[in-house]
Design a protein around this ligand. Sequence first.
Ligand SMILES: C[S@@+](CC[C@H](N)C(=O)[O-])C[C@H]1O[C@@H](n2cnc3c(N)ncnc32)[C@H](O)[C@@H]1O
Ligand SMILES: [Mg+2]
Length: 319
Amino acid sequence: MLRRVPPSLRCALLSSASTHYGGAQIPNLSHYPSQTILPQWRRHASVASSSAPPPPSPPRGPSRSGGGGRTVSSLNPAEVAKFAAIAETWWDADGPFKPLHLMNPTRLSFIRSTLCRHFRRDPYSSKPLEGLKVVDVGCGGGILSEPLARMGATVTAIDAADKNIKIASIHAASDPTTASIEYCCTTAEALVKEKRLFDAVISLEVIEHVANPLEFCESLSALTIPNGATLVSTINRSMRAYTTAIVAAEYILRWLPRGTHEWSKLVTPEELSLMLQKAAVSVEEMAGFVYNPLSGEWSLSDDISVNYIAFGVKKSETP
Ligand SMILES: C[S@@+](CC[C@H](N)C(=O)[O-])C[C@H]1O[C@@H](n2cnc3c(N)ncnc32)[C@H](O)[C@@H]1O
Ligand SMILES: [Mg+2]
């Protein structure tokens, strides 16, 4: 069910004309003008085109790969406000976050298996992540942070919305296993500035809500120790995602408030892989999350056309 990306294929992401990856066809992005592939990132155009000259870069300080350096903000206040407005509903399993609650066992299964394989842990032990320092970036109400703590990880969980952090802290305090979670209202960039480092950096369903996805990936990378793990999940910018994750989920089924997801801000698996690669993280595995309307359950799949998750490893040395 899970796709491992062999080293040759990783290179092929940038060099071949067309590559099969996790069930998706990856075009050679270098053949296209950056505007065609990455319309929403035109100004940053980091996944460079060979035919079009890159736009002028904004002034840059030192790289943050080592954990310090320039500060940028991934914050899009309008996006964060959407989540702050419904913060009280985080733990209502039938509320607006119902899809995340239903998806949680499936995404935890991917996280547990990839982290255990990478860090050589026993996935069947009661605390497979014991001793690992993990940060949950954009944690919301702590739906993911709590089970990570129960699996033994030392969890730091951050969110840009203060209301989310308050709700998450109150909820976690009721259980001794989760009361140890370090909740903080902040951004990934601010943690980078504090030179914080983690064995695993996890950011689920956040990248499609940030101001600049590439800089966000760079911050996630800067928070990851060399050879550490970076995991990102999001929604593909595909026609299927438009019809299911936006039209059906927001307008027909009303699972999510209208306007939760903007089509133009969605990120394809190819774009995510390339942004992470540019940020010194090699994507090694990818899987889709697929919803079965009959059972009401999610499962892992090769189908990454709508919801998907990527597991990457931070390069041990950055240039
Ligand atoms: C869809 S929720 C995902 C919550 C959680 N990761 C999960 O999957 O259960 C997105 C969260 O990201 C937060 N967020 C958005 N932009 C952010 C940023 N730049 N830095 C930190 N958090 C952010 C929002 O406040 C919101 O709680
Ligand atoms: Mg989302």
